[in-house]
Design a protein around this ligand. Sequence first.
Ligand code: ACM
Length: 498
Amino acid sequence: MQPLTRQLGDVIPLPVSVRPDPAANFPISTHLSVSAPTEAADIAEQLAELLRHATGRPVSRTSGEDEEAASFRILLDGYDKNPDDRNGTAAEAYGLEINSETVTLRAGSNQGLFAALQTLRQLLPEEPADEIVLPGGRIEDEPRFAYRGTMLDLARHYFEPADIRSFIDAIAQLKINHLHLHLTDDQGWRLEIPGWPRLTEIGGGPGTGVDGAGPGFLTIPEYADLVAYAAARYITIVPEIDLPGHVNVVQVAYPELTADGQPVPPRTDAEVGYSSLVAGKEETYTFVEDVIRVVSDLTPGPYLHIGGDEAFSTPPEDYRTFLNRVLPLAGKYGKRAIGWHEIAAVDLPPTAIPQYWRIEPADGGVAKAAAAGHQVIMSPADRAYLDMKYDQDSPLGLDWAGVVGVERSYDWDPADRLPGVGEESLLGVEAPLWSETLRSLADVQFMAFPRLAAIAEIGWTPRADREWRSFRARLAAFGPRWTAQGINYYRSPEIDWA
Ligand code: ACM
């Protein structure tokens, strides 16, 4: 018997149920074939491609009478572990069964099959190999939270679409299913908005970004392509337009949006909290509604992030006036508003979602919102911010929330983070990556990996099954996979890398 390539449970995030059956190991030596119903043809092609790459062998697609004989079977058959779908996670549930002759991927939707494929990917070696033995047994799986996200800050440094696509590929294999794009901030505006051309002519032009080192912007077709690229990997794009603070570049481009109508100079430093839209000016709402309408129309996903953080130069009464007018605009254009948790200071529309990002042990506003039935996204900076340094010697990143090593990013639970915000209040968890100190895709990868794997597991795996020692060992085994993919992950000394 050939040695196993991987153990059945060698997967990040750890699946809900893993039942190995060593008598059923599957040596990949025979002719490989994939069968699938027509509705899952795209998943079947992805599986065939994965197998061709891993084995170097031809892989045929079978149909009709030959289906029973296929070595890899895809079934879309109402696999239904969670019929009332309480958390909105049922579409991602799947089963994966490996026996000595066949591998079966089963789910009620293509999204579940895609998750099964990500699990199978990790049971294959990271480099193509002649002799592969898949571990026999059965996995049954489903996420803990519907929202498992990460965020890229395109405002402090713009990343080209090719870099964003590469990041999307890297996060999809960890079953991250939301990518929040921070599109606007004091230093840059990164999405074309018809009718407001100076936003991107000035806000995306030369010299924008922190230290002037990150110019560029997404055209509407580029944004639409990214949304589609993400959707093909079951990742929802969550666009953020940060309001009413973090708007200096808007006021550089359109001085009529300042309090006195006078121009302000562009800024490329990393200060926060000095700029604000003007709550008492009608022009403000013309601008904001145009932007919200355009971004909502371009975005098929259910969410629109309106920022709301660090509005230190917006008087509290103005902040309330502003948000009371702007939050309902998300609903008007068919979206659920997400905002950084400062928005919990106002009376929120019922579907609005505060995203907790600070480091304090409690937050009255968020607790009150949760008590009123709001869902919350958990992103505490001292655990989930991917831009914090790993340790004091990290060449990139900030440390205002402390240093965040890999164990620190893993060993916490979102349902314990804030009093009054328990499991039932959580939509999920997100790991934001701010880009003040980043200049390249390699920098993004260095900060995101391996810590995003920790957040991915927190978002997916049942809390009672999570354990640092197990994660640490599986992460060590994952390292060569990142290496093979050309991903510049941080070789943290906390891990005994394989
Ligand atoms: C934030 O970090 N200002 C949300």
